[in-house]
Design a protein around this ligand. Structure first.
Ligand code: DC
Length: 223
């Protein structure tokens, strides 16, 4: 059954830009499915860390990624029977995810899995390459960004709220390093997709960003 008629909204952007919150709310408001593609890289990374797989072993990592026993239930994420919703958000897991995301074989192994999330009545997909590689013909492409300081503040709050310890100096350093890695890797680097609308949320509340995306989508549908 072809899925090309099913609408897709892609929301890409750097780490802690608020895209997860915005994408989740837009999906909820439209009654669409939601793909948190970063979670797939985080699950691969967590699985590798737990199994002691070397983070430069592209072959072993792509095998893990290609056979991830993952399920998503609302906001909960499972690896096998294990609820890893909190564990995958740890900074150590995010940093390892950013490293393995630069490996072509890992990205290829996760490609088909991501396409399967495109189901009626529609999909909101968030990540780094949703509009450039995975869904290049999306109905609406958004590139959400914010200053590194605003993003560090958000990440700090997220981590503290989830019970992790956090330190602003380390967070700023980590974010800068991760941005650099995500934007400069040779495979699927982070950049706005062709035709993407750029939304800077440095001084914008999540609700406002959600409203802007919904307005843009409504305008496309009405055209
Ligand atoms: O969005 P996030 O912080 O949960 O993503 C974790 C890492 O996964 C991020 O550093 C880069 C990588 N990633 C990617 O390369 N491509 C995606 N579509 C999503 C995430």
């Amino acid at each position: 059954m072809p899925t090309s008629h099913i609408p897709v909204i892609t929301i890409d952007g750097p780490t802690a830009s608020g895209k997860g919150t915005v994408a989740h709310c837009v999906a909820y408001r439209l009654g669409f499915h939601y793909l948190d593609s970063g979670a797939l890289y985080r699950l691969t990374s967590l699985s590798a860390l737990r199994k002691g797989v070397d983070l430069s072993d592209e072959h072993a990592l792509s095998k893990l990624a290609g056979a991830l026993p993952c399920t998503f239930e609302g906001e909960r994420v499972f690896l096998g029977h294990d609820d890893v919703s909190v564990a995958i958000r740890a900074e150590e897991v995010g940093n390892a995810a950013s490293k393995i995301a630069g490996l072509t074989a890992v990205r290829q192994a996760l490609y088909g899995l991501q396409l399967h999330f495109r189901k009626a009545p529609g999909l909101v997909a968030d990540g780094r390459d949703m509009g450039t590689v995975i869904f290049p013909h999306a109905t609406l492409k958004v590139f959400l960004t914010a200053s590194v300081e605003a993003r560090a503040q958000r990440r700090y709050k997220q981590l503290i709220d989830k019970g992790f310890s956090a330190n602003m100096t380390d967070l700023l350093k980590d974010l800068n390093e991760r941005d650099e890695r995500d934007a400069n890797r040779t495979v699927a680097p982070l950049r706005p997709a062709e035709g993407a609308v750029i939304l800077d949320t440095s001084t914008m509340a999540a609700d406002e960003a959600v409203g802007r995306v919904l307005e843009m989508y409504a305008a496309i549908k009405a055209a």
